[in-house]
Ligand binder design. Structure first.
Ligand code: HEC
Length: 108
């Protein structure tokens, strides 16, 4: 590795460290994260645009309480609520993403 590359790496690494949030994420930041990410596209396939399902097979989640949505996603993920379709979705979600998605759908 050239000296230049080493310096560039060191600079990037320290910039990344500085960019880490020092305080907890605000609700607004979480909502922005929830709205923009690729997961919403996935959920949309069954739950419809903004959580209003177009078919009788899938429940509406638009406007549902965030706490409820969060609890259900965690229950699917933990295998406490059983549904193959939703369990396979929920296992891919971390706590932050679940919270963000819950806020997104409850705010629609
Ligand atoms: C392949 C279709 C499919 C996809 C994709 C999908 N869901 Fe679901 N979802 C379902 C079905 C079917 C149910 C009802 C399952 C049951 O009876 O427990 C459900 C239930 C739910 C519930 C519980 C609703 C309630 O009233 O209790 C929530 C919350 C939910 N989904 C959120 C999501 C989120 C968020 C995503 C995206 C990460 C997502 N779903 C992706 C099919 C899907």
């Amino acid at each position: 590795m050239t000296l230049f590359k080493s310096i560039a790496w060191a600079t990037c690494a320290s910039a990344a460290l500085l960019a880490l949030p020092s305080t907890a994420e605000t609700d607004a930041e979480l909502l922005t994260y929830g709205s923009n990410q690729a997961y919403v596209q996935k959920c949309m396939a069954c739950h419809g645009e903004e959580g209003l399902s177009g078919t009788s097979q899938y429940p509406n989640i638009k406007g549902q309480k965030a706490m409820y949505i969060e609890a259900q996603l965690k229950a699917y993920r933990a295998g406490e609520r059983l549904n193959k379709l939703m369990q396979s979705q929920a296992v891919a979600l971390d706590d932050r993403t679940i919270k963000a998605l819950a806020m997104y759908y409850s705010s629609r």
